[in-house]
Design a protein around this ligand. Structure first.
Ligand SMILES: [Zn+2]
Length: 262
């Protein structure tokens, strides 16, 4: 699942390619907007809010997209071969000199600009947003002190931008078992500041790293490293499924470095 910094880069990519340009073709390949046509409209900008993308067209429209599990936006030259099969395309925005294709997007929604808050208003402080507010994120996290840390970090209503990878890495870096109740985290504000620092460091990079090492197998502490030795203590990293029923996700941790508080 793409993390907030990946979505931030997607917004930058679309913003650079499309902003100020007139659409010479639009193709919304989702049932509810199959007949929509914004040809002739001018793209006025794309921003990310947490893991949501908002592409504004003219004064009145916003294209709301979300990458969910497998989604990606690609910007291509006219006539350039698409990197994914055409049947995966959900949106195609064409200008005189670029073609932006949204593949396998989890959400494609054309909404009126003034209703943007209805799709992103529930989000907590955006880790990569201009309105980032660490104290507000801490306040929201502590509103449910018994909730497991990892689950609370993944809840975009608390703070927006953390996915499964950063949640696992943050728990490791702070030495906390992913199931530690939020209210028992010794310095939650410091953890939240680390989260911001992590995404901010990675927002311009094509490859994400939390260890500071950019070599392929050295970039992360625990995420998807099950059975590999912990980089600190050599214990094998453990993986298990955690989270609310029906929405469980793989959790990775070191059984030695990250113990549950007793
Ligand atoms: Zn360890």
């Amino acid at each position: 699942m793409p993390e907030g910094d990946t979505v931030y880069r997607a917004a930058r990519l679309l913003d650079r390619a499309l902003t100020g340009h007139t659409l010479v073709g639009t193709d919304f390949r989702v049932p509810q907007h199959a007949t929509a046509d914004l040809t002739g409209g001018t793209v006025t900008g794309t921003i990310s809010r947490g893991k949501h993308l908002l592409t504004r067209i003219d004064e009145s429209w916003t294209l709301h997209t979300h990458l969910k599990m497998e989604g990606a936006w690609r910007v291509l030259d006219p006539g350039q071969r698409w990197p994914r099969p055409a049947h995966q395309a959900r949106v195609v925005l064409t200008t005189a000199d670029k073609v932006a294709v949204g593949f396998s997007l989890g959400v494609v929604e054309l909404i009126e600009r003034e209703t943007e808050e209805s799709v992103v208003g529930h989000l907590g402080p955006d880790l990569l947003g201009p309105d980032w507010d660490a104290d507000e994120a801490v306040r929201r996290l502590l509103a449910d002190p018994d909730r497991p840390l990892r689950e609370a970090l993944l809840d975009q209503r608390n703070l927006a931008g953390i996915g499964n990878m950063y949640a696992a890495e943050l728990c490791f870096i702070t030495g906390l078992h992913p199931e530690t109740p939020v209210g028992r985290v010794p310095d939650l504000r410091r953890l939240v500041l680390r989260a911001h620092q992590m995404l901010d460091l990675n927002k311009e990079r094509a490859l994400q790293s939390t260890t500071g090492d950019l070599r392929e197998r050295e970039r992360l502490w625990v995420y998807r490293r099950d059975r590999s030795p912990c980089r600190r203590c050599r214990s094998p990293i453990v993986v298990d499924m955690h989270g609310p029923a029906g929405r469980e996700r793989a959790s990775y941790w070191c059984p030695t470095c990250q113990r549950l508080p007793t």
